[in-house]
Design a protein around this ligand. Structure first.
Ligand SMILES: Nc1ncnc2c1ncn2[C@@H]1O[C@H](COP(=O)(O)OP(=O)(O)OP(=O)(O)O)[C@@H](O)[C@H]1O
Ligand SMILES: [Mg+2]
Length: 482
């Protein structure tokens, strides 16, 4: 027995009826003090494997060994007791409680939450691993990066020595992504082991070892110095993905602006101005890229434009109509599509089926009704087409949306939001969480819509992506266009 190995997974198989083999004979070893990347496309089976290791999901076959001993996991509690911690793809924090309270909840067997003790421990973790967040801030006030640090701190506080992170960088800005890696390296140097789920090649290449999964199986476990980017991409996808080279029709003659934002002032949840006098215009047949690191007012700006947040001062005009502080539904009815940043919060009803989620914003429209009834036939036909186009992996249209993998949930929202003709598309980070092939499909889709005359506001942190797609690029910093 190799004492270096802290966790071993042997021959794990998990079948989801009727026809999904999420894991098939998966083997994996995690060493002490290593960052091990688990790489794979949307639906490859990464989260399923993580949930099995964390005791949230029972495998049909196979075994798990911790420090050489076979363990039986009846639930996450057993995993936590064995020193396994997990940060989920979608966070599980209590919004209305503070950071310290959320962390203290881990030890909630006691009646009174040990908040003071937690504060001290949080300070210690912050110093050692560069994981700082204000213990007294409320979760709803935090950025995605801060929330994630809270999740990691929770796991550390519970005594985890093995950390499983499920796509931790999906919604992080490049800066926060670098911070996370700094923290992970510190943890690793201190003897922690990290299983890092990702579909970003550059992240896998920064890890100590990489296990590539495809369609539920392990394709290979390798060291980064043994492969090139291209080889790694091919292992992951099983074929070559063509990117770039977008065919853009020359911009149409500028007739009318579709979106006009005039001297807009909007507050953040923290009660300070997040958008400070922004002016911008999006014309027919163009993509305006709005680039900046997350947290510079993009979210508040988009929410104000789409009717989800109050405008304090200034005007929003869509297709010539003043819609300042008009409701979200009225704005949507003007032909505005919105791909929200926080897709699960605004995006999906996890308990409803795929088809009901697809109909969520359409059911009242006449084309989806037959008399007093909803015309499921029409919706199903459309959704089937989208399932093929976006390659959404699902056993059927009738299963609850929460059974989809993270990336496939994103695809479902995109499919719904983009299923109708739109004059104006507000797309916040539309390729977050998508594997290479699907991301490319979405980019091509946006360009096609532009060529048909739609106006698109593309909010992105990825300068390269924004430059490749946009006709013009604006930079946002601290609530102002610079
Ligand atoms: N509880 C469940 N019931 C039925 N099918 C499920 C369930 N959980 C996951 N699946 C299916 O198993 C497959 C693997 O899903 P998993 O979430 O492990 O993928 P993933 O690699 O994490 O993908 P992503 O990158 O999109 O998050 C998917 O096809 C998913 O729809
Ligand atoms: Mg996943």
């Amino acid at each position: 027995m190799n004492h270096d190995v802290i966790l071993e997974v042997r021959g794990i198989t998990k079948f989801f009826p009727p026809n999904i083999l999420a894991n098939y004979k998966v083997d994996l070893t995690l060493r002490r003090g290593e960052i091990h990347a688990l790489l794979g496309e949307n639906g490859a089976g990464k989260s399923t494997l993580a949930r099995i290791i964390y005791g949230e999901c029972k495998p049909d076959e196979g075994e798990i060994l911790v420090e050489g001993r076979r363990v039986k996991l009846r639930g996450p509690r057993d995993a936590i007791r064995l020193g396994i911690g997990m940060v989920h793809q979608h966070f599980r924090l209590v919004e209305s409680m503070t950071v310290a309270e959320n962390v203290a909840l881990v030890a909630a067997k006691r009646l009174i939450l040990p908040v003071r003790e937690v504060r001290d421990r949080l300070r210690e973790f912050a110093r050692k691993y560069e994981l700082d967040v204000d213990p007294d801030a409320y979760i709803w006030q935090l950025s995605v990066g801060e929330r994630q640090r809270v999740e990691i701190l929770k796991a550390l506080y519970a005594g985890a020595r093995i950390l499983i992170l499920d796509e931790p960088t999906t919604a992080l800005s490049p800066l926060e992504r670098r911070r996370l890696f700094t923290a992970l390296k510190r943890l690793k140097d201190d003897g922690y082991s990290v299983l890092l789920i990702t579909h970003r090649l550059e992240e896998a290449l920064q890890s100590d070892r990489i296990t590539v999964m495809r369609r539920g199986r392990v394709v290979a476990t390798i060291r980064p110095e043994e492969v090139s980017r291209e080889e790694l991409a091919r292992m992951m996808v099983g074929r070559v993905v063509r990117t770039g080279n977008y065919v853009k029709r020359p911009s149409s003659r500028r007739s009318a602006p579709l979106l006009e934002v005039e001297d807009l002032w909007v507050m953040s949840d923290k009660g300070v101005y997040a958008v400070r006098g922004v002016c911008l215009k999006v014309w027919e047949g163009e993509i305006l890229g709005l680039v900046g690191e997350a947290g510079n007012g993009q979210r508040e700006l988009v929410e104000a434009i789409t009717g989800l947040r109050r405008v304090e001062k200034g005007r929003v005009i869509i297709a010539g109509e003043d819609v300042t502080n008009a409701g979200a539904r009225r704005i949507a009815e003007l032909g505005v599509a919105h791909i929200p940043e926080d897709r699960l919060r605004y995006g999906l009803a996890p308990g409803l089926s795929l088809i009901d989620n697809y109909l969520l914003r359409k059911y009242y429209k006449s084309e989806y009704r037959r008399g007093p009834f909803i015309d499921y036939g029409k919706a199903e036909e459309e959704l089937m087409r989208a399932v093929n186009e976006y390659r959404i992996v699902t056993p059927s249209l009738r299963v609850p949306a929460l059974l989809l993998s993270g990336g496939n949930m994103q695809k479902l929202i995109l499919a719904r939001e983009l299923s109708e003709a739109h004059r104006l598309i507000i797309a916040s980070h539309p390729t977050y969480g998508l594997d290479v092939a699907t991301a490319e499909f979405v980019r091509r889709f946006l360009v096609r819509e532009r060529n048909r005359g739609s106006g698109i506001l593309l909010v992105s942190e990825d300068l390269e992506e924004a430059m490749a797609l946009s006709d013009r690029v604006a930079i946002i910093n601290r609530g102002r266009i610079v």
